[in-house]
Ligand binder design. Structure first.
Ligand code: PLP
Length: 446
């Protein structure tokens, strides 16, 4: 055996105590762990050699599927050539090249890119840029941030403050002051089992006018929303909703931030949701699919006009006192460039459009099964919403998720919602298999 490589790990060899797992029921997991060891294409292989079909692109990030040699080779080449170089008052070519490439696929006008290492950092960066921009243009009273109920914007203090998933907030007490929330757009009564975007609910965007009336436009810096909420269980924007938000924010001088950490890089059949739904925000946050999940990296897109507001004062002035040691990391940037090559060469940024109807009809074939109270889809994203068991919210969803895994399909669970977002290389037989396994599991779950 090559001693440079780690041997296949048997579960018995592992001590599971020391790693405090994120967003995991540690005791439950460690009693019956699900350990993945390798991955290729659409499949993981677990430590027992079981094949698991990936219906979630890892964690919404491996859009080009697993084991892409072009990415691992680019990473290996880069780490040998330039392992690290600072980007504070120094530079190296890769983040410049990457920013140029990213601007080519971004919505028109969003042509400046700030690099981070994760979605959470992208969100904090976007919020800070929004606040500093308002101040730079002489609107320093605009300090209030508006998020949305059920929104997920990562786990930094900024992100949990504007986010609206209660469990991510309530154990921590402290949040940013001066934050308010729009109502969420999940409406099972009016919109259950809609194919694609719900027809009802655009008027929910008008709640922003109420918040403006309450707080005063002159005190509001930005509104941040996921164009489609992923983590809370695939909550879709009603038709016309995002356009309405854009109109209201523009009217009041409020920046609109789209958090596209999930929707970015082809998930909805266009590079970004902004293009799919023809609404251009002022700032877009991304991460995940940027490097196909292979190396941590995030990117925040802003308009030139926003950046220009900072470009005053003496030339030697640092315009934005913000950044991360690893902003524009050479190895991450190499991974991102190789990823973009694959996305563009293989047409993956628009492939979700081609498969969308097949995916939609396959998912909606589960309508009518016991406990299924809604099915939602757009692009290559879908959710099957199960009724909660009396007095045990989340129990049914977790059982379905776990059974799917042992039956060879990895889905996501949020409460009683099963969410799916397969790699964009998915083929129809994979879709059939995902739906078959999920359907069988739901049928036998009490
Ligand atoms: N924003 C959105 C919309 C997300 O879905 C996520 C992660 O799922 C994040 C931010 C946080 O990203 P990360 O976990 O990379 O910090």
């Amino acid at each position: 055996m090559n001693t440079m490589q780690h041997p296949a790990t048997s579960q018995q060899d592992l001590s599971l105590d020391e790693f405090w797992m994120p967003f995991t029921a540690n005791r439950q997991f460690k009693a019956k762990p699900r350990l993945l060891e390798s991955a290729e294409g659409m499949f993981y292989t677990d430590v027992e050699g079981r094949q698991v079909l990936d219906a979630t692109a890892g964690l919404w990030c491996c859009n080009a599927g697993h084991g892409r040699k072009e990415i691992s080779e680019a990473v290996a080449r880069q780490i040998a050539k330039l392992d690290f170089a600072p980007t504070f008052q120094m530079g190296h070519p890769l983040p410049f090249q990457l920013a140029e490439r990213l601007v080519e696929i971004a919505p028109k006008g969003l042509n400046r890119v700030f690099f981070t290492n994760s979605g959470s950092e992208s969100v904090d960066t976007a919020l800070k840029i929004a606040l500093a921009y308002q101040r730079a243009r002489g609107e320093g009273t605009r300090t209030r941030l508006i998020g949305r109920e059920l929104g997920y914007h990562g786990v930094g203090f900024g992100g949990i403050s504007v986010g609206g998933m209660v469990n991510n907030r309530k154990a921590f007490g402290v949040q940013l002051p001066g934050v308010d929330h729009l109502p969420h757009t999940l409406d099972l009564e009016r919109n259950a089992f809609t194919r694609g975007l719900p027809k009802q609910g655009a008027e929910l965007a008008d709640q922003l006018e109420k918040l403006v009336a309450l707080h005063g436009a002159e005190n509001i810096a930005a509104v941040i929303v996921e164009p489609m909420s992923g983590s809370a269980g695939v909550i879709l924007p009603p038709q016309g909703y995002l356009k309405r938000l854009r109109e209201i924010t523009a009217k009041h001088g409020i920046l609109l931030i789209f958090d596209e950490v999930i929707t970015g890089y082809g998930r909805l059949g266009e590079p970004f949701a902004a293009q799919r739904w023809e609404v251009t925000p002022d700032i877009i946050t991304t991460a995940k699919g940027l490097t196909n999940g292979a190396i941590p990296m995030g990117a925040v897109f802003v308009s030139e006009q926003i950046q220009d507001a900072f470009m005053h004062g003496p030339q030697g002035l640092i315009e934005l006192f913000h950044g991360y040691t690893y902003s524009g990391h050479p190895v991450a940037a190499a991974a991102a460039l190789a990823t973009l090559d694959i996305y563009q060469r293989d047409g993956l940024l628009t492939r979700a459009r081609e498969l969308e109807v097949y995916w939609q009809e396959a998912l909606h074939s589960l309508q009518g099964l016991a406990h299924v109270i809604d099915i939602r889809n757009t692009g290559l994203v879908g959710a099957v919403h199960l009724a909660s068991r009396e007095g045990a919210p989340g129990a049914r969803g977790y059982e379905v998720f776990e059974a799917c895994y042992w039956d060879g399909v990895m889905v996501r669970v949020t409460g009683d919602i099963i969410a799916m977002s397969p790699p964009l290389i998915v083929e129809k037989p994979h879709i059939d298999r995902i739906v078959e396994v999920l359907g069988n599991v739901i049928r036998r779950t009490a």
